[in-house]
Design a protein around this ligand. Structure first.
Ligand code: HGY
Ligand code: MN
Ligand code: MN
Length: 429
């Protein structure tokens, strides 16, 4: 009986301790989220922090300072990927990476990306607080230019780390003012006094963890605390430009027009129709469109638009891409339009590491956290890092499933729970 009491007293102490750790973690996480959220273009309609802007620089400064306070060795490469390194017993062992991105979409939320960077910092803080020395070094990474908000191509920072983007490619990434990423990233030099700079960093990695808001409704609807990601959808994005002839909207008969917007609208309808014919999660989106001259009484002479095509099934993704390329050519011909299709990025669907998934599942069970093994419809830097090491992601619920908007919210407590099982898994592997 006493043993039982002893056990329940010990268990109670553990629960209180765990409670305190969780409260402390939640509070630290919330504080950091709010501190970073301040660094946004002040337009009131959501959070906008594009790469290499003043707001981005200030958010980076804060992350570098947080990492330095934790006695991490802090590096930043040419494109602004930030690495906070905590040595392990075996300095030469491959590192365990934890991170996500610091940039946002236009008018986005304050959790997408940032929650994962903060989770990395929190896991390291907890290990230090508990005096746990890991076998392998740990590196917290804040990836640069994941969203493509400024340079219109996703996963640029992680592709730079993975070596997929060459030095000579940098001049090809242009923002809307024609400034290249090579030029723009020079503004990072203002941070040189507080961080070790390098052009690229050789990464010797064993595994990568990315905590991220789910950006969907599954976890919240099923009242589950954590998602353990088993696969990430393949994603591709293109810029399509149609050129017809600007002319008077009143005088030109319909059969003589070369209306670029009419062509674009036919393409949008076909993209939606064709994608819906696929069973496996496949999506097609035209999210950005530029009409010229964009006047009510002029037939649009030129239209350029984004075309985002994704699928959890690689063959589906390529069927949709090829179908749309053929269809765009057909519409251009029928409407006497010139057309150009530029590929911005293309990533194949990836499967996460079974060993890491199983370890996270075990640890969620040990802590009696509800969890669900699930796929990711959104793209993440993990899809690229999967080329250089084993990877896995942990999702936290998104309130009302909202993301890429100011309503985006995930609870610090769920983020703390995610940190908890990531830390347990790091210790285990
Ligand atoms: O587009 C995406 O899926 C991610 O937010 N970059
Ligand atoms: Mn995003
Ligand atoms: Mn993201």
């Amino acid at each position: 009986m006493i043993r039982h009491n002893g056990a329940s007293k010990k268990h109670k102490k553990y629960l209180t301790e765990k409670g305190e750790i969780m409260n402390n973690s939640s509070r630290k996480i919330e504080e950091l989220i709010e501190k970073i959220a301040v660094f946004t273009e002040n337009n009131g309609t959501g959070f906008t922090r594009f790469s290499y802007t003043d707001m981005d620089i200030e958010a980076r400064r804060l992350i570098i300072e947080e990492m330095t306070t934790l006695n991490l060795d802090v590096y930043m490469d040419y494109l602004g990927n930030i690495f906070g390194r905590r040595e392990g017993k075996n300095k030469a062992a491959p590192a365990i990476l934890i991170g996500s991105h610091l940039d946002t979409v236009k008018d986005g939320g304050k959790y997408d990306g940032v929650a994962g960077v903060i989770a990395g910092i929190e896991v390291v803080r907890l290990l230090t607080e508990k005096n746990i020395e890991t076998e392998n070094p740990i590196e917290v990474i804040a990836f640069a230019e994941e969203e493509g908000g400024r340079f219109h191509s996703a996963f640029v920072g992680s592709n730079w780390i993975a070596g997929n983007i060459k030095d000579e490619d940098l001049s090809k990434y242009l923002d809307d003012n024609g400034v290249s990423i090579e030029e723009a990233s020079k503004s990072l030099d203002v941070l040189n006094p507080i961080v070790k700079r390098c052009r690229r960093r050789e990464i010797n990695a064993k595994a990568m963890f990315e905590l991220h808001c789910e950006q969907g409704t599954v976890l919240e609807n099923e009242k589950i605390s954590l998602g353990i990601v088993s696969s990430i959808t393949g994603s591709s994005s293109f810029r399509v430009t149609l050129k017809g002839m600007a002319n008077h909207a009143g005088t030109i008969p319909m059969n003589l027009r070369r209306d670029a917007f009419y062509g674009a609208s036919l393409i949008s309808v076909e993209l939606n129709r064709y994608v819906k014919t696929f069973e496996t999660h496949s999506v097609g989106t035209i999210g950005n469109i530029c009409v010229k001259p964009n006047a009510y009484n002029i037939i649009p002479g030129e239209v350029s638009f984004s075309m985002d095509i994704r699928s959890l099934d690689e063959n589906n993704m390529f069927s949709i891409i090829n179908h749309m390329k053929t269809y765009i050519e057909k519409i251009a011909l029928e409407n006497k339009l010139d057309f150009e299709i530029k590929e911005n990025h293309l990533e194949y669907p990836v499967k996460m590491s079974k060993e890491l998934i199983d370890a996270l599942v075990d640890n969620a069970r040990n802590k009696s956290y509800s969890y669900k093994v699930m796929g990711s419809g959104a793209g993440h830097d993990t899809i690229v890092m999967n080329e250089i090491c084993d990877t896995v992601m942990v999702f936290v619920p998104s309130k009302d499933g909202r993301s890429h908007c100011k309503e985006e919210y995930s609870s610090p407590r769920h983020i703390a729970m995610g940190c908890d099982i990531i830390m347990d898994t790091i210790i285990k592997i």
